[in-house]
Design a protein around this ligand. Structure first.
Ligand code: TYM
Length: 335
């Protein structure tokens, strides 16, 4: 079986409230990789149901993530866009990998601890096994590169360990490539606009904590105006942002949206008060995000088109995953 060299796989969960962190930390980087890599971009609906999802909302949110991919510039003709539950290879490989990955590895996963909270006994078994399904997503296509935000680094390490152990256990060196995380840009960890020490997240109860991919220009401007900062002007150097989480976050967002580094942004704005910087950031955010949100809305009004993209993507995804699964079955000894 030929070894892919430049195959990208990544996914986003259809859990609603798609936000600027998802865009800058992940989706925008997906777009750039299309020039150099063969890409599969998945809407991971099976990951979403590790916490309760209202079935009708899950379907709408699945279409919304697909619309966000396409509106951001992912080309579903040249690359593959699909939803996970349509390709049974994910579930099948996940089970086999559940028997390869170790409980000790999963016990170290910080995302499970955060998401399960205090009442761990009540978390679903799926939430616990989430990282193994993620490994299966990647390995079912023998993907080599995985663009993600920084919060997924630990899960990627587990995917690499699982690939390595499978290769060793079944005497198939190099069968699964060890996937490389691609954590790119100035906004690999976008923080909450209400608390610069907490990650921007879909589940934060405060709407003001995140800019979503549905927000109007007015919403975006309001949320940036209300973002938590401090009374000091912007520093001259990146080191000057240390200990100023809110300021660092806004400078990082500006940098990512403008395609500059933090240092370049500070060179432009050093000494500026937030009363000057925030409106500049709001204008930039509106300029970059509004065309995407507008196109997303247009696509969402045509669910039949989105469904046809996902269906065609699934057919192409199966064509890659099926031979991999067939070989895995042989290696494991299934007849
Ligand atoms: P999800 O939906 O939670 O996040 C999707 C992507 O957005 C990134 N991200 C962020 N980046 C920067 N700042 C933030 N505040 C922020 N919040 C989220 C995440 O790192 C992610 O890249 N487990 C994955 C979904 C997944 C997956 C996969 C990814 C399932 N299977 C296989 C890669 C390969 C996740 O975090 O989804």
């Amino acid at each position: 079986m030929e070894q892919p060299r430049n195959r990208v796989f990544s996914g986003v969960q259809p859990t609603g409230n798609l936000h600027l962190g998802n865009y800058l930390g992940a989706i925008r980087n997906f777009v750039g990789l299309q020039e150099t890599h063969e890409c599969l971009y998945c809407v991971v609906d099976m990951h979403a149901i590790t916490v309760w999802q209202e079935p009708k909302e899950l379907a709408a949110n699945t279409r919304e993530v697909a619309a966000a991919y396409i509106a951001s510039g992912i080309d579903p003709e040249r690359h593959i866009v699909f939803n996970q539950s349509k390709v049974s290879a994910h579930a099948e490989l996940a089970w086999i990998l559940n028997c390869v990955a170790r409980i000790g590895w999963l016990n170290r996963m910080t995302q499970f601890k955060d998401k399960a909270g205090k009442d761990r006994e009540k978390a679903s078994v799926g939430l616990y096994a989430y990282p193994v399904l993620m490994a299966a997503d990647i390995l079912a296509y023998r993907a080599t590169h995985v663009p993600v935000g920084e919060d997924q680094k630990q899960h990627l390490e587990l995917a690499r360990d699982t690939a390595q152990k499978f290769n060793n256990d079944f005497a198939a060196p190099d069968f699964f490539p060890l996937p490389e995380p691609l954590i790119m840009g100035e906004a690999t960890r976008v923080m909450s606009l209400r608390d610069g020490t907490k990650k921007m997240s879909k589940s934060d109860p405060s709407d003001l904590s995140r800019i979503t991919m549905r927000d109007s220009a007015d919403d975006i401007a309001k949320k940036i105006r209300k973002a938590q900062t401090d009374p000091e002007p912007l520093p001259e150097t990146v080191e000057g942002l240390a200990g100023r989480a809110g300021a660092d976050n806004l400078v990082g967002i500006y940098a990512a949206l403008s395609g500059k580094t933090r240092a370049e942004v500070l060179a432009e704005f050093s000494g500026a008060q937030f009363s000057v910087f925030k409106p500049a950031l709001a204008d930039l955010a509106v300029e970059k995000l509004t065309p995407i949100t507008t196109e997303m809305k247009r696509l969402m009004d045509d669910p039949a088109y989105i469904d046809s993209v996902l269906e065609k993507g699934a057919v192409r995804a199966r064509a890659i995953a099926d031979p991999v699964i067939a070989r895995v079955r042989e290696l494991v000894g299934f007849i």
